[in-house]
Design a protein. Structure first.
Length: 305
């Protein structure tokens, strides 16, 4: 099982393998939308406060903006749901990262963007899903209710026969029509069938669909997102590649570059160039997975429509 939290952890290892960030531990549970958080301690070993107003802290998949600090009670006043993150409750013992370079929220956003990109035509990856529709001999058009709303294409249609052979012949003539405005097709998608089958028995439809978003840290990459178990290494690579350009933009602002030596030691575009190896690895892995899918689901009769 590979969860969203596992993918986030792997992305962080790719982006900053040797860096450590300061953390504080939530002392008591906080409700969704809470404007104050109580931690075990918000001072270092010599009593210096490590949480200050104006900082951003990240906990689970939520960001907070710090508006005030009480070092005596270890209470931090915050604006919850900062920068578009979702307000949520947090359990005692949750880890809060202080000014993280890459928060769980930021990485999770890019993981979902990368999952969407993997099923783009240029990458050629997808999840294969199925749905059954009962054949009615007086109908030619069937509403595609119950299918993934982002359906890419119908791959194959087989129909059940009322015989003891357990044989499901394959259909040749059909068409998927999108953006149907007729009220007979509530899903706005219609499957047009141009040949006969057994009345009252199912049509078994296999179709290609994009991957699903991961919404919770416990969401599984295979069972929730629909990614093949062989491809779970792809989202960390994709998320890392999407996050690094933002760091390059930040690095080029003069007010961020406090140490003038960085212009010599880390020249412009060095950050971007550092990910070329990741980019090549990701493309190689995408090609491998696309080849695997092609072997599993070869093209079927190009003239089927």
């Amino acid at each position: 099982m590979t969860t969203l939290q596992d993918v986030i952890n792997e992305t962080q290892r790719l982006l900053q393998p040797d860096q450590r960030e300061r953390i504080v531990i939530l002392a008591s549970p906080s409700a969704s939308g809470a404007t104050s958080l109580v931690f075990n301690s918000i001072s270092d070993s010599v009593g210096t406060g490590i949480v200050r107003p104006g900082q951003q802290i990240a906990m689970d998949l939520e960001l907070f903006y710090v508006t005030g600090v009480d070092n005596t009670t270890n209470t931090v006043s915050v604006l919850p749901g900062w920068r578009g993150s979702t307000k949520a409750s947090h359990a005692a013992g949750a880890i809060a990262y202080i000014e993280p370079k890459f928060s769980n929220f930021d990485i999770a956003q890019q993981i979902n963007h990368d999952l969407a990109a993997l099923s783009a035509p240029g990458n050629g990856l997808y999840q294969m899903k199925t749905v059954d529709i009962t054949f009615n001999p007086i109908m030619r058009g069937y509403d595609m209710a119950g299918v993934h709303p982002g359906i890419i294409d119908v791959y194959d249609i087989e129909y059940k026969q009322a015989t003891a052979t357990h044989y499901w012949p394959r259909m040749d003539r059909w068409k998927l029509v999108r953006n149907m405005t007729d009220s007979a097709f509530p899903s706005s998608m219609a499957l047009m069938i141009y040949e006969g089958a057994w009345p009252g028995l199912p049509l078994h439809i296999s179709y290609k669909a994009p991957f699903n978003d991961l919404l919770y840290l416990t969401d599984d990459l295979v069972s929730v997102a629909g990614l093949p178990s062989t491809a779970t290494d792809l989202p960390p690579l994709g998320a890392a590649l999407r996050l690094v350009p933002g760091r390059e933009v930040s690095r080029n602002f003069a007010d961020v570059q406090n140490d003038a030596r960085r212009a010599v030691e880390v020249p412009a575009a060095a950050v971007m160039n550092s990910i070329l190896g990741l980019e090549k690895t990701r493309q190689m892995r995408i090609d491998e997975e696309a080849g695997r899918l092609q072997r599993m689901y070869p093209s079927i009769r190009p003239g089927r429509r």
